[in-house]
Design a protein around this ligand. Structure first.
Ligand SMILES: Cc1cc2nc3c(=O)[nH]c(=O)nc-3n(C[C@H](O)[C@H](O)[C@H](O)COP(=O)(O)OP(=O)(O)OC[C@H]3O[C@@H](n4cnc5c(N)ncnc54)[C@H](O)[C@@H]3O)c2cc1C
Length: 498
């Protein structure tokens, strides 16, 4: 090793590898596992001091209170066709999967609980029971088949699979291309259904009037019934650690605390997979990618930012409707109109004084998260990309509105703004937690229109982050497909381009 070697060359145990993954998020870890299982010699390089990317836990408020720093609830992680093939239980992962996926309280103290059972959920919608039942039942076939439709990237291999399920595809596609507003107002006659559907669709950060804004809500609601919205016992980090430890069991190597600024810093490698956003890939690649392609990467669009909060509480959240205590996740915002206004404001670069808030209350279901008789809560709201506005009061007011006395239970709080998220993880550009805007064109063709979205014009460089299909969320499927595509290239040509 020479003194002029880059940090990664100093830290890595070997001078050359078959494959290097930059970024140990869920997709980077998934890609690394696929390649290591195929017998390749694989190194993961991670900027932070632990693996996990957007799937980590830490004591953010007080000692003894364990919070999820970013993601927290995992319908897609639990239901991930790839994660489900891995022996993660042997590496410390235990899922907690309550019967209720999420709750949606209203101002009159009514609350809809979305159970695993479609029937039990539907009965709460009163006059709209049949409408809810028919909608969900028509989309609920079996999860594996749905995953072929929902989680597969749109390249030729998946198009072949889709052709085998034309009716399911047509039913899902026709509904998911609608705006959340159009779908819910067409299906439901009364206000509960649209309110609930607004809450689940607003995860996308899209205006609820925009084309295909129903798609994310439908996927998450199908998952609520098909697999549940579970959490790992002991926090998000347990999922990442199990992936990292399984990778090392496959003889993989991980180097942490090593930020990569140029691909030329890396040890020699026949494949490089980037669990990074397109604009970072463009910057790091330098002359290794053609200018025209780099321009396309730089034109990639990012969505709203998020303002994230965690609390240490001296008791459970005192919900006005105590049924909300049965749900690990609670959507706060009330009616369809109010949630739609909040998301419209964010997309018009302003801040709602009554933001739509996603809240999770893990310690009710997982005693490892807080000291005895104490509790934690996790929440965030959308804000314009790059916003510096402190949303603490607005978020706490929204919780207080549906849980009188919440503020009195706060022992400590922590906040992280969009710029804080971006410094924590360079992939959260302007605080965008979805790996780029989920607007229709970019949802289907990310990061750039290309037959194989994971490949680049340089046959040694691949993208494997949430900026590639199927996109946002902790499911590892972007990493899985990117690695399969890199392996295909590897088998076709085992030589290095630089
Ligand atoms: C507040 C918040 C709440 C969320 N809630 C949920 C949820 O409940 N459920 C869910 O499924 N998803 C949720 N998400 C989204 C989810 O976390 C992401 O979609 C997911 O983590 C994307 O995985 P990834 O592997 O593509 O990238 P990331 O998880 O972002 O990982 C990228 C990794 O690359 C590293 N890196 C970046 N640049 C460099 C560099 N130059 N050199 C070396 N390393 C680098 C980063 O440190 C990071 O570890 C949430 C995200 C946030 C922020």
């Amino acid at each position: 090793m020479s003194k002029t070697d880059s940090l990664i060359k100093q830290k890595a145990s070997k001078k050359s590898y078959d494959a290097i993954i930059i970024g140990a998020g869920p997709n980077g870890l998934a890609a690394a596992i696929v390649l290591a299982k195929a017998g390749l010699d694989v190194l993961i390089v991670e900027a932070c001091n632990t693996v996990g990317g957007g799937c980590r836990s830490a004591e953010l408020t007080l000692p003894g209170y364990l919070h999820d720093v970013c993601s927290s609830v995992y319908p897609l992680g639990y239901g991930s066709p790839f994660f489900r093939t891995l022996p993660l239980n042997d590496f410390g992962l235990r899922w907690i999967n309550p019967d209720v996926s999420y709750a949606h309280p209203f101002d009159d103290n009514k609350a809809i609980l979305v159970y695993r059972s479609i029937e039990k959920t539907a009965t709460q919608f009163k006059e709209d029971s049949d409408a809810y039942y028919k909608l969900m039942q028509s989309l609920f076939i079996d999860w594996d088949m749905l995953c072929e439709i929902l989680l597969n990237p749109l390249h030729w291999a998946s198009i072949q699979k889709l052709i085998r399920h034309p009716l399911s595809l047509a039913n899902f596609a026709s509904k998911s291309l609608m705006s959340a507003e159009f779908l819910s107002k067409t299906i439901f006659q009364h206000s509960l259904g649209p309110g609930v559907f607004a809450g689940v669709s607003a995860h996308s950060g899209l205006p609820l009037t925009s084309i295909a804004s129903a798609s994310i809500g439908l996927v998450l609601n199908i998952a609520a019934h098909a697999v549940g919205w579970p959490m790992p016992e002991g926090g998000a980090q347990k999922l990442s650690n199990s992936l990292g430890e399984y990778f090392m069991h496959l003889n993989g190597e991980i180097v942490t605390k090593c930020n990569i600024n140029s691909l030329e810093e890396l040890p020699v490698s026949r494949l490089i997979l980037c669990d990074l956003m397109p604009q970072q890939v463009s910057r790091l690649a330098g002359h290794l990618l053609p200018t025209a392609y780099k321009k396309q990467l730089e034109n990639y669009k990012y969505g709203p930012g998020s303002f994230k909060m965690d609390w240490a509480l001296n008791g459970p959240i005192p919900w006005n409707n105590p049924d909300c205590l049965k749900a690990p996740t609670v959507h706060l915002g009330g009616s369809f109109e109010e949630i739609a206004q909040s998301e419209q404001a964010v997309n018009s670069k302003s801040h709602s004084s009554k933001p739509y808030v996603l809240l999770a209350q893990h310690s009710l279901f997982d005693s490892t998260r807080a000291p005895a008789n104490k509790h934690t809560a996790w929440a965030y709201c959308h804000v314009p990309n790059g916003s510096n506005v402190d949303m603490t009061e607005a978020i706490e007011n929204q919780i207080e509105r549906f849980a009188h006395g919440f503020k009195e239970r706060i022992i400590a709080r922590s906040q992280i703004s969009p710029s804080g998220l971006a410094s924590y993880n360079a992939n959260y550009i302007g605080g965008d937690i979805n790996g780029g805007s989920l607007r229709l064109g970019q949802l289907l063709m990310r990061p750039v229109p290309r037959l194989n979205p994971y490949s680049t014009p340089n046959e040694t460089i691949y993208l494997c982050s949430a900026a590639t299909p199927p996109g946002s969320g902790v499911h590892g499927m972007s990493g899985y497909y990117a690695a399969l595509s890199a392996l295909a290239g590897w088998h076709a040509k085992k030589s290095i381009a630089f």
